[in-house]
Design a protein around this ligand. Sequence first.
Ligand SMILES: [Zn+2]
Length: 245
Amino acid sequence: MPRVVHRLARRLALAAGLLLLAPVVVAHARVWLDDDAPSESAGSPAQGRLRHGHPLPPSGPGHVTYSYLGASLGRQYVHGAVRDAMLEAFAAVSAARPGRRFVVGETGHRQGGAFWPHRTHQNGLSVDIFVPLRDAAGRPADVATYPWNQLGYGIEFDAQGRRGDLAIDFDDLARLLSALDEKARPRKLRIQRIILAPEYVPLLLASPAGRALGPLSGAILRRQVWWRHDEHAHIEFALAAGAPR
Ligand SMILES: [Zn+2]
């Protein structure tokens, strides 16, 4: 190969490497540079704002971001109390279920407001979490999130929650919902609404942890919404009366 072509190829490889690395650095930098100002949520999930939103760390015990690019673009901000409840819940479930980690999807902008293409996620209290999976051997697996499957949102599961050799682990999903509820309460938060494909709700409630959901099962929406919600669960928190907004 002529020397000039060789040099060009090396520079292109370096540029491609930096391009891939930049979102990882920016996503982490958002967390490093974050302050600890108390968040303030205003309005509703469908029409709201957020003051002092905080970024979710792109990875940590029991969780990983759906996309470093999405995180670097500031699409994983939440109310600080929601962030703290989520991080504790992920760590607790993964400690109890070795090998389990949760893929966190989109949550919201730093200052809330319209969050295309979502219809809610405006006041820092809505989060998307991709469904936990198991492979044919029973090992924990993740929804694969790539640009060509709409960062995971384009993946389809069948009516039983299966896709090839992978199956949704409804028990681990129910464990996470319980843990989120448990970690939210001391923060004067509660889970107000859970959206999952309606055909999955009986499967969720029939799982061992699903049978123990108690009153939390009342927060699960039982009808189809505009998006099928087979690949992710949408969870909406609400601040309890008297809590700091
Ligand atoms: Zn959502």
